[in-house]
Write a protein that binds this ligand. Structure first.
Ligand code: MRU
Length: 378
């Protein structure tokens, strides 16, 4: 098996630049990211030679989305180890770069543990660094495989729940190859439906304020020749009312033990709308996003982002994180903004959670615990 997920080839060339890859040029190993703040205008790479650069990439959303944050975190630890930096210092900074997606800290811990264990077993520094890198690569491969399996289970579920041959799916934020070692989570299901000739329309929420839907999901949908339409987040209600949505598919940043789902802010209102309109609300996420140590939705830490992301309009590379005052004002100077990056949908509004180990529906703490236990055994 290849070391890393290999993107599909078109005319012998990779069809797209992967979200993340490890490279070993003569100057020394680097982690190369596709800078998501520059999409869709330009495909620019962000080259990290140390963990602080990666922390900055994570905080400015150059790399973002739960599964790939886990992969990035693991490679970040490997990078620190291979380049002889303080591994614990790097791991601590990476694990806490953003708080909500549990995958980040998990990926970091996997690589740190591999490094530690190798040292405990008598390995030298180089060998221990190689162990951390091997762990990051394993996580990358596993995530690609999880994406493939979720796409299959997700499409089966859609076919089961929906009558009619082709589905109109509403999605929020960005959940495709940009967030994954493979083809993503919710987006991968829509893509699978498209490839099977069963996607009638992908409705893409623009996802205020950083526009992950407009900039990234529309980019991925276009790249895959999918039938898609962009809408402002607040147009979703009228779309449901017009009977134009067959299912909502979203990803997750953290799923609590009771099945509560933290995902991009704006997901919870979609769940409420979906329930009112009797439309399935489906969450697609690998088991690495399920956090059995977080008992319920109230215990999930939701990242609060700077207000200027809401009160100003800036190019995304300046908007995410950047300095206030850099963009076109959308509100009077000094306006306070409420800008949580995520919201939490209670389990009773979630029709199903699709994972690489199967589907949980109805969503209960017991069913989720059982799936996690099965996942650990397989
Ligand atoms: O702030 P972001 O862009 O990192 O938020 C990402 C999301 O909310 C995604 O929907 C989530 O990580 C799931 S990705 C499979």
């Amino acid at each position: 098996m290849a070391d890393q997920y290999a993107p599909p080839l078109k005319n012998g060339q990779p069809e797209f630049i992967p979200a993340i890859r490890w490279e070993e040029p003569p100057e020394g190993p680097v982690l190369v990211l596709l800078d998501q703040t520059r999409l869709p205008a330009e495909e620019v790479e962000w080259v990290c030679t140390d963990a602080p650069a990666l922390v900055q990439a994570i905080q400015t959303l150059a790399v973002r989305g739960a599964p790939v944050l886990g992969i990035a975190g693991a490679y970040g630890v490997a990078l620190a180890a291979v380049r002889g930096f303080d591994v614990d210092e790097a791991a601590n900074a990476l694990a806490t770069a953003r708080p909500t997606a549990v995958n980040l800290a998990r990926g970091v811990e996997r690589a740190r543990e591999a490094y530690r264990k190798a040292l405990e077993d008598g390995a030298g520094q180089d060998e221990a660094a190689a162990a951390a890198l091997a762990e990051a690569r394993a996580l990358h491969r596993e995530d690609a495989e999880a994406a493939r399996l979720m796409a299959g289970y997700g499409l089966e579920l859609l076919d089961e729940l929906l009558t009619g041959g082709a589905h109109r799916i509403l999605t929020h934020c960005n959940t495709g190859a940009l967030v994954s070692g493979g083809e993503g989570t919710a987006f991968a299901v829509a893509l699978e439906a498209h490839r099977a000739g069963r996607l009638r329309r992908l409705w893409v929420d623009e996802t205020r304020p950083l526009l992950q839907g407009a900039r990234l999901t529309a980019y991925e949908a276009a790249r895959n020749d999918m039938p898609y339409t962009l809408l402002t987040d607040n147009a979703a209600g009228s779309l449901f009312a017009a009977g134009e949505v067959d299912a909502v598919l979203i990803g997750a940043d953290r799923i609590a033990a009771d099945g509560a789902v933290a995902n991009k802010v704006g997901s919870y209102p979609l769940a409420v709308l979906a329930r009112y309109h009797h439309v399935p609300f489906i969450v697609v996420a690998p088991l690495s996003t399920v956090d059995e140590d977080t008992p319920d939705g109230a215990a999930i830490e939701v990242e609060q982002r700077p207000g200027h992301e809401v009160t100003e309009f800036a190019a995304p590379q300046a908007a995410a994180g950047g300095e206030p005052g850099g963009g076109i004002p959308l509100a009077p100077l000094g306006t306070q903004a409420y800008n949580p990056a995520f919201d939490v949908t209670p389990p009773e509004l979630v029709t199903a959670i699709v994972t690489e180990h199967g589907v949980v529906s109805p969503v209960t703490a017991d069913a989720l615990a059982e799936l996690c236990a099965r996942g650990r055994q397989e």
